[in-house]
Ligand binder design. Structure first.
Ligand code: COA
Length: 266
């Protein structure tokens, strides 16, 4: 199929579909997986494939080599002017928005440096699991710029204004355990157990109804961006809607009959 050929041709990514999980490996290890326009476009097209592939229930991003991702590709910055820089930021930001609103749960499996655009990508995911040696930061200020793929807004929402301002305005890197302490990282694990722990976490999501997970994610995200009265209204409206699904019937029936539910995503 056309999409499959495109996947094989990917220049900046390695992609794998396995046991319900769509894996996206950022694959420019000699440049610490720095994000260029090609990578933005390739992530976008593989996500479009994952979105329509019913076998894929969870998406995991990670990096090849020693880093998760050291940010946008600085080597291309010399050619940018106001218009092209704006356009690059807009394209990157739109990709992060797409990741954040992705129908299926997303996990960033952080295996080393997650800096700049790399941390912004991780922040657009639903969950961040990091190896203990990972270093996180938004160091753009040291280059005389600032985060442009959504970081200025997402970090504040994740960790609050004081810490977010400190991280962005000093450009200092923080360790994964500090990231966990301030609520940026869901779980820190050893380097050796990173994949195993991430798969354990993904397994919990794979047991659930994919349909209800998508509805829940949608209500959490859109509700969080709305006045609370609208978010609460979406919650109760959606709660009613859920009772028209087969998965709700299955989940309640399984509980009442003391068996494991078998959700179909319907
Ligand atoms: N863009 C382009 N290339 C990058 C890069 C980036 N964001 N981050 C790292 N690289 C490249 C380096 O230039 C180097 O390439 P080279 O071997 O051709 O010289 C290679 O990746 C390895 O990086 P290096 O700096 O040698 O590794 P290190 O272990 O000494 O340092 C970092 C690692 C992450 C601390 C350092 O690479 C760094 O500060 N990167 C930039 C982070 C940043 O500012 N990100 C925000 C961008 S807007």
């Amino acid at each position: 199929k056309y999409l499959f050929i495109e996947i094989l041709d990917m220049e900046t990514l390695d992609v794998k579909k396995e046991n319900g999980i769509g894996w996206i490996y950022l694959n420019r290890p000699d440049k610490l997986n720095a994000i260029n326009l090609k990578m933005i476009n390739e992530i976008d097209s593989i996500l479009k494939d994952f979105e329509t592939d019913n076998e894929i229930r969870v998406v995991i991003f990670t990096g090849k080599g020693k880093a998760f991702c050291a940010g946008a590709d600085i080597s291309q910055f010399k050619e940018l002017n106001t218009m092209t820089a704006w356009n690059f930021a807009r394209k990157g930001r739109e990709l992060m928005d797409y990741i954040e609103r992705f129908m299926k749960p997303t996990i960033a499996m952080i295996n080393g440096y997650a800096l700049g655009g790399g941390l912004e990508l991780a922040m657009a995911c639903d969950f961040r699991i990091a190896s203990e040696d990972s270093m996180l930061g938004l160091p753009e200020i040291n280059l005389g710029i600032y985060p442009g793929f959504g970081g200025t807004q997402r970090l504040v929402r994740l960790v609050g204004k004081p810490k977010a301002m400190e991280i962005m305005m000093t450009g200092d890197r923080i360790r994964a355990d500090e990231g966990e302490r301030i609520g940026l990282i869901n779980k820190v694990v050893t380097k050796e157990s990173l994949e195993e722990e991430t798969l354990k976490f993904a397994a919990k999501l794979l047991e659930k109804s994919p349909l209800i997970l998508s509805i829940l994610k949608n209500i959490i995200l859109y509700g969080n961006d709305s006045p609370i009265v609208d978010g609460l209204n979406m919650e109760s409206l959606g709660w009613g809607y859920v009772f028209s699904t087969e998965d709700e019937k299955e989940g309640v029936d399984a509980f009442l009959n003391k068996r494991k539910p078998n959700f179909k995503g319907k």
